[in-house]
Design a protein around this ligand. Structure first.
Ligand SMILES: Nc1nc2c(ncn2[C@@H]2O[C@H](COP(=O)(O)OP(=O)(O)OP(=O)(O)O)[C@@H](O)[C@H]2O)c(=O)[nH]1
Ligand SMILES: [Mg+2]
Length: 616
């Protein structure tokens, strides 16, 4: 049986460290391939289509698109660069034959560059290196090129993989070129992406497969449409798929198969899906009509069900408990508040969030959610909150596993760029968190780059400390490098909290007295309950404050004099900051309207009893 080369097709993924310009590059590829109508208004970074992506300016989910370049059809997968969403990258690499590895022309290879490149190399994919942002005033493309070559060697690239073509580009300005001598010319006069499209044509292998064999299509992604329901996205590895056909779906989870009809079939075209009757080898398509299909499943003909191997996704490193909100304010602000709601929503998440894991606990009201980092989990929390869910979460903790009797914990590679004067304080802070310095580059433009190996445990809550220590001038990047034997206890900077004494509304007079004890998180007129955390205390001690206490009214004039009391503006914390701030005996209460911090045990009396029991 003959394998065919599908010459008119290329399937690529764009991979890189966060912010190196992947989504911006997709914009220009779409624009310059004539995907949009002349007068079409298209948003910047149009592939970052969900609300959280737009708000935060980062890609969270991998997404497909396709462009036509001359006679070539190029399927493109844009991937997230943040380390926490590495699972998204891993799973989509199965759809492509090659990658564009983007590297910022100033930053050079960063922790996540290493992670995604290692995955791509291990899957035998062909890379085109795109040194991007050459328009930056501080760009150093030649140097970056050398660093990339070193990285390929370090990761054990084969000779063929080492022979990668290099394209220099400015995705923001929309040009690319292959000869660095042309840089000044392009800086002055711009250009276009032809050299990049040509490199894709010349270097990325076209799909190869046998169309006459029975169909095999691996599902790498799931999408949802309110009209047609669940949509499976994947690549046809063998044979062809037709609309209307009866298909067998072989489950990745347990190898069983079920039958279903391919109700609709689509291809990607720019930002849209267009219907098609059939698709064959190498095509990336969307299949609608199979309600319970999952990522990793294989679609086959009913008479030849044969699964394709899926990839091993790296395991989660941190865990958090999600539980039903049991604060006195429970049910006031959310639409979905019961354990049933929470359970169904979390199970649904596991269907698409491939590197997340869910465990039930001894109580039906609590679930352990495991993910690849704090952001991985906080994005889920934020998404659920916007969908109307109300629940509470615990402090994130690292996952420790036992290997041959040894406790192993996740360890990360940490890269920091800090202005020289702050190197000392950063080294000291990290030292106490059990970080080991592995590399230090000489200062450049006043910044020193330090590379550490640090237990993930030591990183929890470190980001805000780092920003304080560097007065907001430091940049830090991390990527999990594996599991290593437990590194021993870590001392973190202690802090205590200010806790509300009684239920009620906060008033200026009460807050005024409380603010002498620490920084407040709330202003006047905020409903609070006993045990709610309303501020931080600089010392390692929890102080109960009576912020609902009104001034004793002696006469008419005094009752109005509250206005004269000046309150320091409250410190407002984002969800991520709350998670970093949290201690073991505390929870974050999350509702569509509010994020509150609370003690696990709300009663002041009970907490006091527990403390005295511990002390004796
Ligand atoms: N100077 C310059 N800036 C660029 C270029 N390409 C992208 N940027 C900027 O870099 C930032 C990040 O761009 P994105 O395209 O969102 O980067 P990304 O790689 O998709 O980021 P993630 O998906 O979050 O990993 C944006 O502010 C862009 O405007 C470029 O060629 N030159
Ligand atoms: Mg992006």
């Amino acid at each position: 049986m003959a394998s065919e080369r599908i010459e008119h097709l290329r399937n690529i993924a764009i991979i890189a460290h966060v912010d190196h310009g992947k989504t911006t590059l997709v914009d220009v590829m779409l624009r310059q391939s004539g995907t949009f109508r002349d007068n079409e208004q298209v948003a910047e970074r149009v592939m970052d289509s969900n609300d959280l992506e737009r708000e935060r300016g980062i890609t969270i989910l991998a997404k497909n698109t396709a462009v036509q370049y001359e006679d070539l059809r190029i399927n493109i997968v844009d991937t997230p660069g943040h380390a926490d969403f590495g699972g998204e990258v891993e799973r989509v690499l199965k759809m492509v034959d090659g990658v564009l590895l983007l590297v910022d022309a100033y930053d050079g290879p960063m922790p996540q560059t290493r992670f995604v490149l290692r995955k791509a190399l291990s899957m035998g994919l062909t890379s085109i290196v795109v040194i991007n942002k050459v328009d930056r005033a501080d760009a150093r493309p030649a140097e970056v090129h050398d660093h990339i070559l070193e990285l390929f060697m370090e990761l054990g690239a084969t000779d063929t993989q080492l022979d990668f073509p290099v394209v220099y580009a400015s995705s923001r300005e929309g040009y690319a070129f292959t000869d660095l001598d042309e840089l000044d010319e392009h800086l002055a006069h711009g250009g276009d992406l032809h050299p990049l499209f040509q490199a894709i044509r010349d270097h990325i292998p076209c799909p190869v497969g046998d169309e006459s064999m029975p169909l095999q299509m691996l599902v790498s992604n799931l999408d949802y449409d309110s009209y047609i329901g669940r949509i499976a996205v994947g690549r046809v590895e063998r044979g062809s798929i037709r609309m209307g056909m009866q298909a067998a779906v072989v489950s990745f989870a347990d190898g069983t198969h079920s039958t279903a009809r391919v109700a609709k079939l689509f291809r990607f075209e720019g930002l849209h899906r267009t219907e098609t009757d059939s698709a064959s080898v190498g095509e990336i398509v969307c299949v609608a009509g199979i309600p319970d299909i999952n990522i990793g499943d294989t679609i086959c003909p009913t008479d030849a069900p044969e699964a394709l191997p899926f990839i091993d996704i790296d395991e989660p490193t941190i865990a958090m408990t999600f539980s039903v909100n049991d604060s006195p304010f429970a049910g006031r602000e959310g639409r979905f508040v019961t354990s049933r709601h929470l359970r169904d929503r979390l199970f649904k998440e596991m269907e698409t969030n491939v590197s997340m894991r869910l465990e039930e606990t001894a109580t039906p009201d609590a679930f352990v959610v495991k993910g690849r980092g704090e952001l991985h989990l906080s994005i889920l929390i934020e998404t659920m909150r916007r969908q109307g869910y109300e629940f509470q979460v615990s402090k994130p903790r690292v996952i420790v596993k036992e290997v041959e009797g040894v406790a192993m914990e996740p360890v990360e590679l940490l890269l920091v760029d800090v202005p020289e004067p702050f190197v000392g304080v950063v080294m000291q802070g990290l030292g106490s968190r059990k970080a080991e310095l592995v590399n230090m580059l000489p200062p450049e433009k006043g910044y020193v780059r330090l590379e550490f190996k640090i237990p993930s445990r030591g990183l929890i809550g470190y980001r805000s400390e780092f920003l304080t220590d560097t007065k907001g001038n430091g940049i830090m990047n991390t990527v999990v490098s594996g599991f290593e034997p437990w590194k021993g206890e870590i001392e973190t900077r202690p802090h205590g909290v200010l806790v509300a004494w009684e239920d009620g509304d906060s008033v200026t007079y009460g807050l005024y007295n409380a603010q002498e004890r620490g920084n407040l998180f709330i202003g006047a007129g905020v409903p609070v309950y006993e045990g709610m955390i309303v501020g931080e205390c600089p010392r390692d001690e929890d102080i109960v404050v009576n912020i609902c206490k009104k001034k004793h009214v002696t006469n008419m004039r005094a009752s109005g004099s509250d206005d004269a009391l000046r309150l320091v503006p409250p410190k407002l914390m984002s969800l991520e900051q709350c998670l970093e701030f949290l201690s073991d005996d505390e929870l974050v209460e999350v509702t569509p309207k509010t994020i509150r911090l609370r003690k696990r045990i709300l009663s002041t009396e009970q907490r006091a009893k527990l403390r005295s029991r511990k002390d004796t």
